[in-house]
Design a protein around this ligand. Structure first.
Ligand code: ASP
Ligand code: MG
Length: 417
């Protein structure tokens, strides 16, 4: 079997859904298809969640209305007879609103997963209904019945053993050729929804391939494969036909938004290749990510991470920032789920660069201030250049207020305003 993953951009409107279904129906193999929420639906659900937690009823109702309308339009453009898919979509929203009306646990992470997971449920129901009209025998699965996680809401850890057992009971290719399910979401042992982190559908696809010993995973995107730079930011990009697992992990870690960082491990562990292909041009070659692939050393690769914050902490009594300070700092970081993008130390300070959009950043800063003198700089950009040379570095650092620069033999990182 193979796993296909279609992200939000591929199903952002009715034509997108038709195109996705065309790719599925022209694939003659056993498939598990993983689909994300449509377009920017997850962002809209984040706004619904905030309105709920802030008790802003009007905003909540308006956001729900707009989101329903968005899905209604897609449905009415897809189906001659839209009554059933419309009813299912409405019912899913009603279920959410009912849950919110009786919920008493106002923990942000818990509520986040109960609310945001609805986007994937709706999108997959619509895609499944449309596939049925195209005579594709696809079975819709609520992935929460088979993908078991712990209760780390918003960044859940998958229980691979339990999930393997559940998958085995549900998936039988002698009965059905195509299974269609949600990316990004799972459930804990109590049956509550959990999520795997933003953009986590790639990871879901990799988990499923791992659990079912898949032949390959294909991530269908709006770009022709892995490029050496984000075409929305850099002008001249080069297509990379093949990338090793290690290079892919590095690209994802440095912030290339092409693959979710957790995707590679489940694939690498079982030697399953990953293909990144264009849903706009399905027959084009794309990129292969696999074990031993010739090096791309010659091509400089540019990865830009925006909205970065550089935090510098110093022990309050002017003592050296030694190991006990590291332990204290990283314990706070772990508690508040800050992920380190870059670290630099000096005699009396430790500097870390983290994502500025972290929900718990202010809580973390506050706690750091109890133990350290803390300074921070917001709205920074972190540019990582692999296979750099001095000329490239000069080009990218001149005219910029550079706060920090790190270089190894192959990789340079520039943090600037
Ligand atoms: N819908 C989720 C998100 O937008 C998951 C995904 O697209 O992979 O983050
Ligand atoms: Mg997405």
């Amino acid at each position: 079997m193979k796993v296909f993953k279609f992200g939000g951009a591929s199903v952002k409107d009715a034509n997108g859904v038709k195109n996705v279904c065309g790719i599925i129906s022209s694939t003659p193999e056993n498939l598990v298809v993983v689909v994300s929420a449509m377009g920017k639906t997850t962002n809209a659900f984040e706004r619904i969640l905030n309105a709920y937690l802030d008790d802003k009823q009007e905003i909540l109702q308006a956001e729900v209305k707009a989101l329903k309308k968005y899905h209604e339009e897609i449905i009415s453009n897809l189906f001659e007879n839209p009554a059933q898919p419309l009813f299912e979509m409405e019912a899913t929203f009603e279920g959410l609103l009912y849950f919110l009306s009786i919920n008493t646990k106002r923990d942000y992470d818990f509520c986040y997963d109960q609310v945001v997971s609805v986007g994937e449920l709706i999108s997959t129901k619509i895609v499944a209904s449309y596939l049925a009209t195209q005579n594709v025998n696809a079975e819709w699965i609520d992935v929460r019945t088979i993908l078991r996680t712990d209760s780390t809401y918003r960044d859940a850890n998958v229980d691979f053993d339990k999930s393997a057992e559940l998958f085995k009971n549900q998936i039988d290719f002698s009965k059905t050729q195509v299974y269609l399910t949600q990316g990004f979401i799972g459930a804990n042992h109590k049956g509550f929804s959990t999520t795997l982190g933003r953009e986590g559908s790639d990871y879901t696809a990799a988990i499923i391939a791992n659990l079912l010993n898949g032949e390959s995973v294909t991530i269908w995107k709006d770009v022709p494969g892995v490029l050496n730079a984000d075409p929305r930011i850099f002008n001249e990009t080069v297509h990379l036909p093949s990338v090793s697992y290690k290079q892919a992990i590095e690209l994802a870690f440095f912030g290339a938004q092409i693959i979710h960082p957790k995707t590679i491990k489940p694939l690498q562990n079982k030697g399953i290749p990953l293909y990144v292909k264009s849903f706009v041009e399905p027959s084009a070659v794309g990129t292969e990510v696999a074990a031993s692939i010739s090096k791309i050393d010659a091509v400089p690769v540019y990865i830009l991470k925006q909205q970065q914050v550089l935090i510098s902490v110093e022990p309050k009594d002017y003592s050296f920032a030694l190991e006990d300070s590291w332990i204290k700092l990283f314990t706070i970081m772990q508690k508040h789920r800050l992920k380190t993008n870059l670290v630099q130390n000096s005699a009396i300070s430790i500097s870390i660069c983290v994502d500025g959009n972290n929900h718990y950043l202010n809580d973390a800063l506050e706690e750091m201030m109890n133990s350290f003198r803390v300074k921070y700089n917001e709205n920074l950009s972190l540019l990582t250049i692999q296979n750099y040379n001095e000329q490239i570095l000069e080009n990218y650092s001149c005219n910029k207020e550079v706060l920090l620069m790190q270089k190894s033999r192959r990789t340079a990182r520039i943090l600037y305003k």
